[in-house]
Design a binder for this molecule. Structure first.
Ligand code: IPM
Ligand code: MG
Length: 361
């Protein structure tokens, strides 16, 4: 039976990069017998403009029965002044929560052709391959109470709550240990247990769960040190397990080590294997609509989707190989361009990946 994919381009460059990923999916259908149907929906600012909410009921209905979701990006200047409850980001956070996509996998791996684009010396980043496992449906992003309140003395106070239940820590820890077991068997759990009780509990639970994974070497690191170690000696890490907010911050940092945030894919999974796949980067309103954005992170998200939700490992390998071939040919979008390479637009890059995919056949 055909699998069901829902694409949610969202806002800004999301629209352009998802169009290129769809070309790749069409190519897989035409040339490699991928059996999939593609529907699309609204999310983010564009959904707000059309329906008054960043996560319309219709979109929720579509995604709930989908096998996989491919998301572009949400957000843009024109929606920044809106009430926080209807801002584009709420659409994304709502999808994560409604589908219980608690496990966010953010690989940061370096393509050797792009080593020069890293802000670190090539020897510090060559062969870099880190997997960040970020908890995605709990922590301070969702904790109650939250808000902005008026104090007696006529001053206002903003407040959020960092909470983690044991069960939430356990399930994300199992995901991280499983992944580490299939890689280099090193797991570093990042917390702020010296200051925050919620992460003191985090450390305790992760340590307990380590008993069930004797072949994985567990270490713990405070988040400030982890940020420093990521830019000092990133290759010491294999898998990093961390909370929602620390994962948000550390994954941007790790992404930059690989040269461009425009290259990195991510997967957000729930307990049923349903997944939402998206590039790590945002909607880049400054270059939206200019056919300049790098579609490779979204195309690599398609590869992750094939691997993790559609059981199409061979096709996932092909898409990743096609991206490598395109880079090896010296084809680059503006974010990763150097004078010795050929500068491509967003759509030319999509076409180049499709051509490479056909060549591999
Ligand atoms: C991310 C983004 C989101 C987050 C925003 C857009 C809500 O930064 O996916 O990393 O903070 O999780
Ligand atoms: Mg982020």
């Amino acid at each position: 039976m055909a699998k069901r994919l829902v694409v949610l381009p969202g806002d800004g460059i999301g629209i352009e990069i998802v169009a290129e990923a769809e070309k790749v999916i069409q190519c897989l259908k035409d040339n490699y017998a991928l059996n999939i149907t593609v529907e699309s929906g609204l999310v983010g600012g564009s959904a707000y403009d059309a329906t008054g909410t960043p996560l319309p009921e219709e979109t929720l209905r579509l995604v709930k029965s989908a096998d996989a979701i491919l998301l572009g990006a949400v957000g843009g200047y024109q929606w920044e002044a809106l009430d926080i409850a209807v801002r584009p980001e709420k659409g994304l956070l709502g999808l994560r929560k409604e589908l219980e996509l608690f496990a966010n996998l953010r690989p940061a791996m370096l393509y050797e052709e792009l080593a020069h684009a890293s802000s670190l010396k090539p020897e510090l980043v060559s062969n870099l391959n880190i997997m960040i496992v970020r908890e995605l449906t709990g922590g301070i992003y969702f904790g109650q109470p939250r808000g902005i309140r008026q104090l007696d003395n006529a001053e206002r106070e903003g407040f959020n709550t960092l909470v983690y239940k044991e069960s939430e820590i356990e399930r994300i820890a199992h995901v991280a240990f499983d992944i580490a077991g299939k890689r280099n068997k090193k797991l570093c759990s990042v917390d702020k247990a010296n200051v925050l009780e919620a992460t003191e509990l985090w450390r305790e639970i992760v340590t307990d769960i380590a008993q069930s994974y004797p072949d994985v070497e567990l270490s713990h690191m405070y988040v400030d040190n982890a940020a420093m170690q990521l830019v000092r000696e990133p290759k010491q890490f294999d898998v990093i397990l961390t909370t929602n907010m620390f994962g948000d911050i550390l994954s941007d940092c790790a992404a930059m080590l690989t040269g461009s945030i425009g290259m990195l894919a991510s997967a957000s999974m729930n307990a049923n294997g349903q997944g939402m796949y998206e590039p790590i980067h945002g909607s880049a309103p400054d270059i939206a609509g200019q056919n300049k954005a790098n579609p490779l992170a979204t195309i690599l998200s398609v590869a992750m989707m094939l691997r993790y939700s559609l059981a199409e490992t061979a096709l996932a390998d092909k898409v990743e190989l096609a991206v490598k071939k395109v880079l090896a040919k010296g084809l680059r979008t503006a974010d990763i361009h150097t004078p010795d390479c050929q500068l491509l637009t967003t759509s030319e890059m999509g076409d180049a990946v499709v051509a490479a995919l056909i060549e591999i056949n």
